[in-house]
Design a protein around this ligand. Structure first.
Ligand SMILES: NCc1[nH]cc(CCC(=O)O)c1CC(=O)O
Length: 321
């Protein structure tokens, strides 16, 4: 096969070591092997600060890019050619010198209600204990059920399921995509989906990051890029960026595409008292960025900035992460 770019003999993918990260990186490796049968693809598993520090909030240990830093250093050293991430964990602004070379077709973007005893949020008894460390999930739970007790729940997907099974919580909320990838489909008691419940910006999408100056890599990964997903997550991330959001603020966004029509729904809530504001708008697929900014402006006009500031970690302020 003749390509417009050189296909290397070996390609090394930097990845975190959690079971979900390894699954996603192996998935990308398989897709690349299928596209370039003569190229050898290897994983370079690395430990990141975000994986190691489990006893403090992510915001408190310097949230932004916590899961990316070590992988980016490996690419800078030349120990890896790219890194694979859950796009929802990727900061709105990448470090200078890095770019997203491909965004894969999105999996199920919804959240999942997981419990051995209860079928859904509305079936939980008064005062039930629900585990999630996500401010976005806490805010939506508070809005719907102010009586629930929300408890912190950190660790990778397997760890969180084990904590649920140990009886520490009546229910937990996780992403459907992560559960499905790891073969835990049967743990999903109900899907929490739009419009009643919104996911994190870019939830369910896998991204490939590489050095911006690595033009060969950009060509190589283009084969895995999904245009519809890219347009949708561009709108969601533009909204989050305009709100100075990250995965540590209670911001939710979900875009859908029908033909050339993009529809974006956004929500900003309070993890403390359940107040929230919502907005949505339609726009052209070619103007995803502008649509994201428009929905962010509508949310700010309803008081979103105050809700975000009010949910901040008192030690670190709202915009550190
Ligand atoms: N923050 C952890 C994280 N990052 C991405 C996913 C799920 C997979 C995805 O969104 O593609 C998860 C687990 C979860 O939220 O349950």
């Amino acid at each position: 096969m003749t390509e417009a770019f050189p296909v290397p003999d070996v390609l090394r993918i930097a990845t975190r070591k959690s079971p979900l990260a390894l699954w996603q990186s192996e998935h990308v490796a398989e897709r690349l092997r299928a596209a370039y049968p003569d190229m050898r693809v290897e994983l370079v598993p690395l430990s990141t600060r975000g994986d190691e520090v489990l006893d403090r909030s992510l915001a408190a240990i310097g949230g932004k890019g916590l899961f990316l830093k070590e992988l980016e250093l490996a690419m800078e050293r030349g120990d890896a050619d790219c890194a694979v991430h859950s796009l929802k964990d990727v900061p709105m602004e990448l470090e200078p010198g890095f770019a997203l070379a491909a965004i894969l077709a999105r999996a199920d973007a919804a959240d999942a209600f997981v419990s051995s005893r209860y079928a859904g949020i509305d079936d939980l008894p008064r005062g039930a204990v629900v585990g999630t460390s996500s401010l976005r999930r806490q805010a939506q739970l508070r809005a719907r059920r102010p009586d629930l007790q929300l408890r912190d729940l950190r660790g990778n997907v397997n760890t969180r399921l084990a904590k649920l099974d140990a009886g520490e919580y009546d229910a937990i909320v996780l992403a459907c995509a992560g559960l499905q990838r790891l073969g835990f489909d049967d743990r999903i008691r109900s899907r929490l989906d739009a419009p009643a419940w919104l996911p994190a910006p870019a939830q369910g999408a896998i991204a490939i990051e590489c050095r911006s100056d690595d033009f060969a890599a950009h060509g190589l990964f283009g084969a895995l890029d999904d245009r519809d997903t890219r347009v949708r997550v561009e709108a969601e991330r533009a909204m989050n960026r305009a709100l100075h959001g990250s995965c540590h603020v209670p911001v939710a966004a979900f875009a859908t595409l029908s033909g050339a029509q993009l529809h974006l729904q956004g929500l900003v809530g309070s993890a403390i008292d359940g107040r929230y504001v919502r907005a949505d708008a339609h726009g052209d697929a070619g103007d995803a960025e502008a649509l994201g900014q428009r929905v962010a402006t509508a949310l700010l006009a309803q008081g979103a900035a105050e809700l975000i500031a009010g949910s901040a970690d008192p030690d670190t302020g709202p915009f550190v992460s």
